[in-house]
Design a protein around this ligand. Sequence first.
Ligand SMILES: CC(C)(COP(=O)(O)OP(=O)(O)OC[C@H]1O[C@@H](n2cnc3c(N)ncnc32)[C@H](O)[C@@H]1OP(=O)(O)O)[C@@H](O)C(=O)NCCC(=O)NCCS
Length: 157
Amino acid sequence: MMIRELQIIDLDRVYEIEKEAFKNPYEKNMLQFLYDIGTGFLVAEEKKLIVGYIIFSLKEENQGNIISIAVDRKFRNQNVGSALIQMAIDVLKKFDVEKICLEAKSSKHEVINFYKKLGFKKKEILKNYYEDGSDGVSMYLKNRLIKKYPDEYKYDG
Ligand SMILES: CC(C)(COP(=O)(O)OP(=O)(O)OC[C@H]1O[C@@H](n2cnc3c(N)ncnc32)[C@H](O)[C@@H]1OP(=O)(O)O)[C@@H](O)C(=O)NCCC(=O)NCCS
């Protein structure tokens, strides 16, 4: 598996994964917009097939934000998601980020479990956070854990 930056020709495939993964997916032009404005956008590729992606940004000074992550159903539980998060952390580290935040649906226990396993802690419950009225949970990864990953870390296996 290889993790690399998104190229514009990858967008159709990313959109396919997005639609399969979320009830209220981002529209393709939203994904394109995020790419156009220079938001962090990485894809995981397995034998020339894109199997997952992560979108992340610098939210404010010294703070990173995971906007979205999804892995093709057929490739889940094979560490693709973990590798994408770790590479995003690696990129954000270069901007002296001290804290990485994200929001997830409270009901998605497997997703919360996934983030916990990577060192994220729960911060607060966000009532009616999503369009469908469901609650969210905010999570964060702090400095100490961000620095755990060595500078030369590159996922390539
Ligand atoms: C969340 C997601 C990106 C995880 O990707 P992934 O490649 O399957 O994750 P990994 O293989 O790296 O999993 C790492 C850990 O997360 C946990 N995990 C992942 N999927 C899980 C599941 N279905 N049930 C329970 N735990 C799970 C496990 O603890 C796993 O560790 P283990 O392999 O030691 O058991 C993927 O499930 C997905 O695309 N979900 C749909 C989209 C989504 O909800 N994204 C999050 C938006 S906030």
